[in-house]
Design a binder for this molecule. Sequence first.
Ligand SMILES: NC(=O)c1ccc[n+]([C@@H]2O[C@H](COP(=O)([O-])OP(=O)(O)OC[C@H]3O[C@@H](n4cnc5c(N)ncnc54)[C@H](OP(=O)(O)O)[C@@H]3O)[C@@H](O)[C@H]2O)c1
Length: 280
Amino acid sequence: MTSQPRLAILGLGSMTGAILTGLLAASVTTPDRISATTRSADSAQERAAKHGVTVHSSEEDPDANLTAVREADVVLLGVKPKDIVATARQIAPALRPETVVVSVAAGVRAETIAAALPAGQPLVRTMPNTPLTVGCGVVGVAPAAGVTEEQRALVESLFSGSGLVVPVTEEQLSAVVAAAGSAPAYVFLLAEAIAAHAGHLGLPPQAAEAMAAATVKGAGTMLVQGEERAETLRRAVMSPNGTTERAVATLQEGGFERLVAEAMDAAAARDREMGEELAG
Ligand SMILES: NC(=O)c1ccc[n+]([C@@H]2O[C@H](COP(=O)([O-])OP(=O)(O)OC[C@H]3O[C@@H](n4cnc5c(N)ncnc54)[C@H](OP(=O)(O)O)[C@@H]3O)[C@@H](O)[C@H]2O)c1
C-alpha cells in the first residue's frame, strides 16, 4: 500500500471531524483520498465545506456508505453507538478483505461489531478525544484478533500526528473513556466554573472566559512538557499560608478528588453498560 491511505469516514460528525482535521493537518493523507458520509443532506453540505472532502448523505443516496467503503484501506465508523451494528451490516458486502474497520464508538464491543462484518475482517476499536482537532488529542487503540502489525501501525498513523496514541487492550478502553474520551468535558466544566465565578468576583465576562481558557492552556502546556509532574507543579503554586494553599484546601476538603474519581467511575460504568445494551 502507498504511504497515503484511502479513507472512508462513515458519519462525519464531531469526533470523526476532529480526527479528520488532525490527520489532514499532519498530512497523513490528502482530501482527494477521503470519502465521507452523513445521514442528512444538510450535514453533508456543511461538512464538505468545512473539511474540503467529498461527503455524501444516506438521505440522498441510500448506498452512500457502501460506495464510500469500496476502495478504502481504512473505514472509520463514526456513527453513534446505537447505529454502529446497522452500519457495519450495511457495508459488509462492499468491504475488501484487507480493509481495516476502525470504530470510535464508546461501549460497542469488538465482538458485537465483528458479528456484523464478514468473518475475519480486520477490526480495531479506538477511543479518541476531540482535542485531536488541535493536535493535542489522546486515542486508545485496541486491535481485535487477527489484525496484523502493519494494519495496527496503519491505524495508529492516522492519529499519531494529532495526539498521543496509547496501545491498550479492549478491557482497558472503559478506563480510556473515563480518562481521555470524556475527560475534555471535565476540563471544560472547570473552565466554565472558573469563568462564571470570576464574573461574580468582579471581572467582565469576556475577560473572565479568556482568563480561564488561557489558564487551562498554560497549565496543560506545562504538564505535557513533562519536566515536572502535576503534583510538583501544583505545589510550586502553593506558597505556605498563601492564596492557592487556601483554595486547594477548600477543594480537597470539599471532596474534589473523590468527585473526580466518582465521575470517572460513572463514565467507565456507562461505557460497560452500553456494551451490554448494544450486545444485541
Ligand atoms: N464526541 C466525543 O467527544 C466522542 C469521544 C469519543 C468517542 N466518540 C464516539 O464518536 C461517535 C460519534 O459521536 P459524535 O459525538 O461525533 O456524534 P455526531 O457529531 O452526532 O456524529 C454522528 C455522525 O453520524 C452521521 N450518521 C448518522 N447515521 C448515519 C448513517 N446511517 N450513515 C452515515 N452517517 C450517519 C450523522 O449525520 P447527521 O449529522 O446528518 O445526523 C453525524 O454526521 C460515537 O460513536 C461516540 O461514541 C465521541
